[in-house]
Design a protein around this ligand. Structure first.
Ligand code: NAP
Ligand code: MG
Length: 478
């Protein structure tokens, strides 16, 4: 019998109103498990539990919060192989990538364990005699955390850890495609010594569970990572009732290859950034903008490299690219490949379905030569598809890179310190990489974008306090 992944509400494991099934995208015959799905009522139970638990956790000592978060981080790291295996099986990224993600989730909890102890305030003299002023940070209250499927351990970790570190209570809604990962994380959190109700896991659809969280007057703040249309709806609903909101949405991240770049390094950055994790990363390099003198050489080498990428079962040793996450995403990605062709972009390799020993959503990584106006060069695809754009010179490359409604991450490959500095200043993105893939970030520094990619304060690092705390200014006449 399949394992049932349950909700965690008010310190208890609860069955759902309906049941969903999680399957392995590398092997559709392999059921990862069944999971509880909530309706609005059950979601509201979790919200009430979180609201009732606010005081107990908000008033706990920083040392206690440190211990809870540090214990969660230690267990994630100790069990990284097992959790990585579960993640690779459920989401389809390769086992080494999945183990690295489990490790990273642990590092994030440990970082925020330290942050709980480091929360600072200011004390300063008033402009009035005899009066002192204190500026302190307090928890926001009940936070709703809505996560996508593509980093099923790391993204929840970078929302849950700061929320708990700074004394908030949490209702976490994972994506429906990855309930086993959410359950595994919740199971570790449930054993960490938190008071009942401080952390709640509620699974189910975005339309039902997600929307109930977004619309609830019990929710003080919403942190969302996912697609642009869902993010826009959340922003409208949250601002109508003045809830705090933070959105991390899509990207169409450029990687610029200048004529003086180290070609081996540039090709590796492109392959890593565009195709690893099956291109299902918001920071994926989906636009490769190459300066004219090296355009042909770069394209030739990249095509050879992409053709040789090993696409197979995520758990198989030697696999470089796993399957697409599900049938719907596969349809979307194939739809874009058709659009690319019909708009006149040149498909250099890949794009076809491939068969492996097990039946799964396998797609050969696709590389296009495109024009800037093509939809495949403008819209986020979120799959193993990249396009090369040709730039006349460095300034043209910069203009092409910034010609997008998104602004999450941007990369440049160059040997010139002068160009590196210029691009770091001029790229309109929240994160810039020099001689590194656009995807692959550190867990202790801010993550987020500009323009249509993000809204609200940054996630991760000490900067996360802007979202997960609220400032109080107190005046005392002694
Ligand atoms: P999505 O469809 O927007 O879903 C994200 C989360 O929102 C899921 O948990 C989803 O639930 C939920 N949701 C859906 N409709 C909702 C609603 N009306 N109200 C509240 N919640 C709702 O995105 P996805 O398909 O999971 O992930 C792919 C997208 O996420 C891509 O566009 C990618 O760029 C973006 N992404 C961005 C970042 C970043 O940091 N910038 C990171 C990763 C992914 P369901 O389970 O029902 O879908
Ligand atoms: Mg979705």
């Amino acid at each position: 019998m399949a394992q049932l992944f349950k909700h965690y509400i008010n310190g208890r494991w609860e069955t759902g109103v309906t049941i969903g099934v999680s399957e392995n995208p590398s092997d559709l015959a392999d059921v990862v498990g069944e999971f509880a799905r909530a309706d609005a009522n059950q979601t509201e139970q979790a919200l009430r539990a979180a609201a009732d638990a606010r005081g107990a956790w908000a008033d706990s000592t920083p040392q206690r919060r440190f211990e809870v978060l540090d214990a969660i981080g230690s267990e994630l790291i100790a069990r990284k192989e097992e959790l990585g295996k579960l993640l690779a099986r459920e989401e389809g990224k390769t086992l080494p990538e999945a183990i690295a993600e489990a490790t990273r989730a642990g590092m994030i909890f440990k970082f925020f364990a330290g942050e709980a102890l480091r929360l600072r305030g200011d004390r300063l003299p008033s402009v009035r005699p005899g009066v002192d002023v204190e500026v302190t940070r307090e928890p926001v209250g009940v936070v709703a955390l809505i996560a996508p499927w593509n980093f099923p351990l790391a993204i929840p970790a970078w929302k849950i850890a700061p929320a708990l570190a700074w004394g908030n209570s949490v209702v976490f809604k994972p994506a429906e495609l990855v309930p086993a990962c959410a359950f595994a994380l919740a199971e570790i959190i449930a054993r960490s010594g938190l008071p009942a109700g401080v952390f709640n896991l509620v699974m189910g659809s975005g339309r039902m569970v997600g929307q109930t969280l977004v619309d609830s007057p019990l929710v003080d703040a919403i942190s969302f990572t996912g697609s642009v249309p869902v993010g826009e709806g959340i922003l409208a609903a949250a601002s109508a009732r003045r809830a705090k909101v933070q959105l991390e949405m899509g990207g169409k991240n450029p990687l610029i290859v200048l004529a003086d770049a180290d070609m081996d390094q540039a090709v590796e950055c492109a392959v890593q950034g565009a195709y690893f994790s099956t291109g299902q990363r918001c920071t994926a390099s989906s636009r490769l903008i190459v300066e004219a003198p090296v355009h042909q050489a770069f394209v030739d080498r990249l095509r050879e490299r992409v053709r040789k990428l090993k696409v197979d079962h995520a758990l198989k040793r030697g696999t470089e690219i796993g399957p697409v996450v599900d049938a719907r995403q596969l349809e979307t990605v194939r739809g874009y490949i058709d659009i690319g062709r019909s708009e006149g972009a040149e498909l250099l390799c890949g794009g076809e379905l491939i068969e492996r020993e097990t039946r799964g959503h396998y797609l050969a990584p696709a590389l296009f030569l495109a024009q800037p106006q093509h939809r495949i060069a403008r819209e986020e695809i979120f799959g193993p598809v990249a396009c090369v754009l040709r730039a006349d010179d460095a300034e043209h490359a910069l203009a092409l890179a910034n010609d997008t409604p998104f602004g999450l991450c941007a990369g440049v490959c160059t040997r010139s310190l002068k160009q590196a500095s210029h691009f770091k200043r001029q790229l309109q993105a929240g994160m810039v990489m020099v001689n590194l893939p656009t995807a692959g970030v550190d867990p202790h520094v801010p993550f987020g974008g500009r323009k249509g990619s993000s809204y609200g304060p940054r996630e991760q690092g000490a900067y996360a306090a802007e979202f997960y705390t609220t400032v109080k200014t107190a005046y005392t006449l002694a």
